[in-house]
Ligand binder design. Sequence first.
Ligand SMILES: Cc1cc2nc3c(=O)[nH]c(=O)nc-3n(C[C@H](O)[C@H](O)[C@H](O)COP(=O)(O)OP(=O)(O)OC[C@H]3O[C@@H](n4cnc5c(N)ncnc54)[C@H](O)[C@@H]3O)c2cc1C
Length: 607
Amino acid sequence: MATNYETFEYDVLVIGAGGAGLRAAIEASAAGVKVGLICKSLLGKAHTVMAEGGMAAAMGNVDDRDSWKVHFADTMRGGQYVNNWRMAELHAKEAPERVHELEAWGAVFDRTKEGKISQRNFGGHRYPRLAHVGDRTGLELIRTLQDHGIHQGITVHMEYTIVSLLKDGERVVGAFGYDRERGRFRIFKAKAVVVCTGGLGRAYRVTSNSWEGTGDGVSLAYHAGAELLDMEFIQFHPTGMIWPPSVMGILVTESVRGEGGVLKNKEGRRFMYDDIPDNYKSQTSLDPEEGWRYTQNDKNAKRPPELLTRDHVARCINREVKAGRGSPHGGVFLDIAWIKEKLPNSAEHIKRKLPSMYHQFMQLANLDITKEPMEVGPTTHYAMGGIRVNGDTQATNVPGLFAAGECAAGLHGANRLGGNSLSDLIVFGKRAGEYAAKYAKENPAGQVNDAQVAAAYREAVEPFEHPAGSGSEGPYQVQYDLQNLMQTNVGIVRLQNEMETALAGIQQLKARAAKVAVQGHLEYNPGWHTAIDLKHLLTVSEAITMASLDRKESRGGHFREDFPNKDPEAAKYNSVISKAADGTMKFRREPIPPMPEALKQVIEEMK
Ligand SMILES: Cc1cc2nc3c(=O)[nH]c(=O)nc-3n(C[C@H](O)[C@H](O)[C@H](O)COP(=O)(O)OP(=O)(O)OC[C@H]3O[C@@H](n4cnc5c(N)ncnc54)[C@H](O)[C@@H]3O)c2cc1C
């Protein structure tokens, strides 16, 4: 049976060609093994390309007080101490080296006057820390990795979608997927597989994520036996576009606030000054003048409250809107135009610092951000939860399976700091590639099981076999209903009864999804692709809801109106989800391993 499919054989197969996948593939290839790289879209088009603000690395180029210790402490504080502390340590220590490596590979970063890589302010980072290229950092990251990677002998399969991981006993030995252009299925045999499939924001109606963010890797790994970690922690970025409706959810980068942009309600009040959390009071400016100086890199000034962590800023916006103090289209105002009071050449300055934002608003909303405030509101942005990995090796609990990037969990705890994702991709993408190559060298190839391949094929093409009109429906309506269900009931503010409604609703949607019907051929069939994505979206939605129901406190991206405070006991565990033998989803709490004294001391010193 397996012989009916064209088969590719690799030592290491990387699924996903965003920043994490490209970096993993480069590292594995450098270790001398044969590497295949698969992506749903064209190479260079992965979601990473959309990243704007920058990558966080404590290089101290703009403020020499910065160090890995401050970065580590900021990341742990931002993640509200449920992070995998080992990952936070490695990330803070290794990010500068990874950024310099990108520079050596040709990345053209913005520069300081002295010619060093420039670093900008971002929420939750004590010092200017984000290496950037205007507000198009993701594009430069992808371009650099791609340029470097194509000389490494990596085989790239573009516009391929993996629908199932293949196993030999407990071990993952490859993947099964289809070629979107030709509509053909293929087998990919591999000694080690690295999942780097990015986020899952498409489980929600309002999201900044690209069409690829359907949680495929998280779901594929879960169904192959991998554990999922902290799925309740979803980041709602405070500033997405809200008007016109056709662009709702598109990101407005935090760099706007980093460059001096301020948030105001319809009364013109800078409402962020009304609510500064205790653990950030000592680091936050109490008057706007000091806040402005901070954005202009005055080392003696403290950050304005607009640059508090994303979870907090998003909830403050939500509160203003609910209290009737929002903007005409249900958000608040983000104003960078006001800096004309401070800078004589403000329009040119804004266009130079925020070129994408200027064009985005000009083209999509017919609004000139150098002259008028933007209307913004929270948008589903990032999954802190995902596949559980070993902090050093990025190995999952399934032999032969590794994960890195947004689909993996641990580094960010309950809330990710802006800029810590791009650095996550290069630090842990590298580690995943290194350890996957090591695994591939140490283990012989496994056997692909024909029955598994046949079952995966049948499941993938089943929607073609459901005749229209016999109780079946198209996949789009089911997808839309799921996104609405999650947006309404497991969104930025959560309640027990609403999440119970969501969990029951997901079961009903699963039944509907099992019957969806699609027409047409296997080549470039968006309806069919949506039917396949639906299964992943349902899996990740169930995991998010189940974990959110259990956590009866508010922490980071998980805010419960019925339990608005932090519970110190809940700071001691992570949420773990796995697939039971009967195929149902099971949940357990797992104690966070004790942090070494030396790291505890770092956190104390940086308070
Ligand atoms: C608008 C925007 C701006 C952002 N700005 C920043 C920023 O300034 N700084 C920062 O640190 N973070 C930022 N982020 C977050 C950051 O961009 C992402 O978290 C990160 O790029 C994810 O990278 P990744 O490599 O994990 O996955 P992605 O870049 O999402 O790549 C996933 C890859 O997996 C492939 N794939 C998915 N499913 C399958 C499948 N079934 N089969 C085969 N291939 C598959 C996709 O085709 C793609 O190639 C931003 C996010 C958004 C939306």
